[in-house]
Ligand binder design. Structure first.
Ligand SMILES: [Zn+2]
Length: 158
């Protein structure tokens, strides 16, 4: 299978989620430099503290557990915020997933995201290569986060 064929496969059999991409160059206006804190349910950044961009993301996914062999995957568990259960997302190379970005499982009304069903945070990204040098697809592990009251407001920016 080529990367091109994977894209076509997702187009046919994938589903849409909202990818919340953080721009690590720019802080959100809610971020307080002195305390290093962001507003938890900020409608612009969802508490990430960075300027964000909402992107429609075509994925396939399944439930799974984060393998023990993944070194970075457990940094998050030490914080005690996350369960062991993960969503594993398969996505095309057109968007590079990054640890700490969010994935929103949303209810769609045609092309409009209406409500956040699940909020996930990417905790590990495993790029899958084709014949050693060409990126075929991304396999990303994401953990469930608490959906805060008011989080839905961010969808208006889509
Ligand atoms: Zn903010």
């Amino acid at each position: 299978m080529s990367p091109f064929a994977f894209d076509a496969l997702l187009h046919q059999y994938g589903r849409s989620v909202i990818y919340v991409k953080r721009n690590l160059q720019f802080r959100c206006s809610c971020y307080v430099e002195r305390s290093g804190e962001a507003t938890l349910n900020c409608y612009k950044c969802l508490g990430t503290g960075y300027v964000t961009e909402l992107i429609k993301w075509n994925v396939r996914s399944r439930q799974g557990n984060i393998p023990l062999s993944m070194p970075n995957a457990f940094e998050f568990t030490s914080m005690g915020h996350f369960g062991n259960e993960a969503h594993i997302y398969y996505s095309a190379p057109s968007l590079t997933p990054a640890i700490g970005d969010y994935v929103l499982e949303v209810q769609w009304d045609k092309e409009r995201p209406m409500r956040i069903m699940q909020k996930m945070i990417i905790s590990f990204v495993d790029p899958k290569m084709f014949e050693q040098n060409e990126l075929l697809f991304y396999q990303s592990y994401a953990r469930k986060m608490v959906v805060n009251e008011g989080d839905d407001h961010i969808l208006q920016r889509y």
